[in-house]
Write a protein that binds this ligand. Structure first.
Ligand SMILES: Cc1cc2nc3c(=O)[nH]c(=O)nc-3n(C[C@H](O)[C@H](O)[C@H](O)COP(=O)(O)OP(=O)(O)OC[C@H]3O[C@@H](n4cnc5c(N)ncnc54)[C@H](O)[C@@H]3O)c2cc1C
Length: 291
């Protein structure tokens, strides 16, 4: 049963930050409530003050320019990200990933910022944003700070956010030339959370096709999405072929440390990493060669 709480509906970021600064640990931000209401109903989270930011329209936007890259307000829904023409044109991977988050109903209400702050290790956006070298801007009445998405989640359902901070914006730099990327989410049923999620982003040297940069990011195999850095080292500086991708996939599987749960065993997840890194890597490579 949900505990009693006082409910606020600030209309500006400043109002929300003033409330958070007043109530700190006793308060909780709510965006769409899709993830927060579950632990509240279970009694695991029992805020005295609930600060509903869904009505702050200044946090709901998508903008792009070639110097500053892509900026997404934290209250932008999954569906808006999925359908944005500029995201489809320039960051197709983000749109593709969003089309795999839950169902249209969930995507119509859930926010990308709420998803990051919930910090579910099986969530879809974080691995993809890490592969895209994304950053997040957090604000509080003390000021603002920006960190990489890679450093934002710290543990199962934990982030670096302080109790008086709000995640305000997600930023993605424009892609370097000759970059290709892909994402696969392995599930038992469409729309489920990932059993393993895998993203690969490859940047090739235009002169000789050598791999200049690569990011391989795995979801649902550790407390937070992780880069498979050993696997990346296998590919960088080389001309990628199937044999090398297989070597990288084996390295990724070695460095993954999944747990067994009701959805899949540790061994099964490790096998999946081998298969998916190879498969997604091939797709990312083909896209980079055409970019
Ligand atoms: C049926 C169902 C299926 C789902 N399937 C998937 C899936 O396949 N893949 C996937 O990735 N996700 C999935 N999700 C989660 C979904 O993406 C939610 O949209 C997401 O978790 C955020 O929900 P929300 O915006 O309602 O945030 P809320 O539930 O309101 O908040 C979530 C957490 O973030 C905090 N928070 C929210 N916004 C901010 C902010 N701007 N600043 C600071 N703190 C903030 C809240 O305090 C809370 O702790 C699913 C959810 C449901 C209900």
């Amino acid at each position: 049963m949900i505990n009693d709480f006082e409910y606020f509906t600030p209309k500006t970021v400043e109002e929300a930050l003033a409330l958070l600064s007043q109530y700190k640990e006793d308060s909780k931000v709510i965006a769409g409530g899709q993830s927060l209401l579950i632990p509240m109903k279970q009694g695991l989270v029992a805020p005295k003050y609930l600060i509903d930011i869904k009505g702050i329209s200044s946090l709901d936007y998508i903008s792009f320019d070639e110097n500053d890259g892509l900026k997404i307000g934290s209250l932008t829904t999954h569906r808006a990200v999925e359908q944005s023409p500029v995201i489809r044109k320039r960051f197709g991977l983000l749109s593709e990933m969003e089309s795999k988050v839950a169902s249209v109903q969930t995507r119509n209400w859930g926010t990308i910022g709420g998803n990051l702050c919930h910090s579910d290790p099986a969530g879809d956006p974080v691995p993809v944003l890490i592969a895209l070298n994304g950053t997040v801007k957090m604000v509080s009445s003390r000021g603002e700070r920006t960190i990489s998405v890679e450093d934002f989640s710290t543990d199962y359902f934990e982030t670096v956010l302080e109790p008086d901070e709000i995640l305000a914006e997600i930023q993605v730099p424009d892609l370097p030339p000759h970059t290709g990327n892909a994402y696969i989410k392995f599930t038992k049923r469409e729309g489920d959370m990932a059993i393993v999620g895998t993203t690969v982003s490859i940047t090739l040297d235009s002169k000789n096709g050598i791999c200049k940069d690569v990011r391989i990011v795995l979801g649902a195999i550790a407390p937070v999405p992780m880069r498979a850095r050993e696997a990346e080292r296998v590919l960088v500086g080389k001309e990628i072929n199937n044999k090398l991708l297989e070597k990288a996939a084996n390295a990724a599987s070695e460095e993954a440390s999944p747990v067994s749960d009701i959805h899949a065993s540790e061994e099964y997840r490790k096998e999946l990493v081998k298969v998916l890194v190879k498969r997604v890597g091939r797709e990312a490579l083909e896209r980079a060669q055409k970019a």
